[in-house]
Design a protein around this ligand. Structure first.
Ligand code: DOR
Ligand code: ZN
Length: 350
């Protein structure tokens, strides 16, 4: 047996921004799902902060229709809210995997008032609520979960203090889960000087100490979520610089590199990128959907090799160890050695 070859279940990314419709010059359902396959993801969940936010059934249906024509891996969706669309909730519950709320400033005008939260929590009972929450917002949400019992997922936790609050909530058996991004695991504020705007994202890069806390407490973290948030190189060089970095094509190789450095186990990758996302978001997986990686293959991450439309990664120039060689979805070979082997529309909408 060749010990350098490994088969993993298809990865699930519960946090991507594919920008379609509205900003398809940054990314679209085809290029975004091609990037996903190249990174070993067979399912991804797309965020609702499109240029026109996905806050009505009509917009959600339009998005699903466009996706069906373009996707090459499986894609599920989240609904969005600013607190003024509660009457849409019952119409969309069955079509999405959760509701995403933004309690801190980020890309798009999608910030909601904390006062609105309680009525949203009361109206969205069945499926999970995902939160972009930092600092005080974490505490506020945990109090609401205690009061109302909603299941919540904290996206991209980046600081020791936020994770500490979540650990406490978990120890109190509250229905909370959390994710970290590859950029918060592999970059710190020390990288900002060199990367400039290409290290600008929300939440921002943190201190080495925060990063170490995340690694030390990996057992409390449920998922690694890419937060793939493409913007063009031109936009990133502009003023103001939009928040966000790409991640679909680099996350698995970065995690496999950490395995080769004994900072992580393969079982951790399976838990963080397959099992927990599947359980938390209620995704059915197919046994014939899997990824073949070569653990010994070393290569440079290079912007020029990426399939994401925006064509850059904050990890450009990094040497990694662990390459995605082949990807299968429902027993069909969909990706091999850098090439997409299926047509637009092969993927399924969850
Ligand atoms: O950096 C970010 N970019 N953080 C977010 O929360 C949103 C995302 C985007 O959509 O660009
Ligand atoms: Zn995001």
């Amino acid at each position: 047996m060749n010990m350098s070859k490994l088969t993993l279940p298809g990865l699930i990314d519960p946090h991507a921004h594919l920008r379609d419709p509205g900003q398809t010059y940054k990314e679209d359902f085809y290029t975004g799902t091609c990037a996903a396959l190249a990174g070993g993801y067979t399912t991804l969940l797309d965020m609702p902060n499109n240029q026109t936010p996905i806050t009505t059934l009509k917009r959600l249906n339009q998005k699903i229709k466009i996706a069906k024509q373009k996707i090459v891996c499986d894609v599920g969706f989240y609904f969005g809210s600013l607190g003024n669309n509660l009457n849409e909730f019952s119409k969309v519950q069955a079509k999405v995997l959760g509701l995403k709320l933004y309690l801190n400033e980020t890309t798009g005008n999608f910030l909601i008032d904390k006062q609105e939260l309680e009525k949203i929590f009361l109206s969205w009972r069945k499926k999970i609520i995902l939160l972009h929450a930092e600092d005080n917002a974490v505490d506020h949400v945990i109090k609401l979960v205690k009061k109302l019992g909603n299941r919540v997922h904290f996206c991209h936790i980046s600081t020791a203090s936020d994770l500490k609050q979540i650990i406490k909530a978990k120890e109190n058996n509250l229905p909370v889960s959390c994710g970290v991004t590859p950029h918060h695991l592999f970059l710190t504020e020390n990288n900002v000087k060199k990367l400039g705007p290409f290290a600008k994202m929300k939440p921002p890069l943190r201190s080495k100490k925060d990063q170490e806390f995340l690694w030390k407490n990996l057992k409390y973290i449920d998922v690694v979520e890419s937060d793939h948030a493409p913007h063009t190189i031109e936009e990133k060089g502009g003023d103001p610089t939009p928040f966000g970095v790409t991640g679909l094509e680099t996350t698995l190789s970065l995690l496999l590199t950490a395995v080769s450095q004994k900072r992580l186990k393969i079982d951790d990758i399976v838990r963080l990128c397959c099992q927990r996302p599947k359980d938390i978001f209620g995704i059915k997986v197919d046994k014939q959907t899997y990824v073949e990686v070569n653990l010994n293959s070393k290569f440079l991450i290079l912007n020029s090799k990426l399939l994401t439309k925006c064509g850059w990664s904050p990890f450009d120039g990094w040497m990694v160890r662990g390459r995605v060689e082949r990807v299968f979805i429902r027993n069909r070979k969909v990706f091999e050695n850098g090439k997409i082997l299926v047509k637009r529309g092969f993927g399924k909408v969850l």
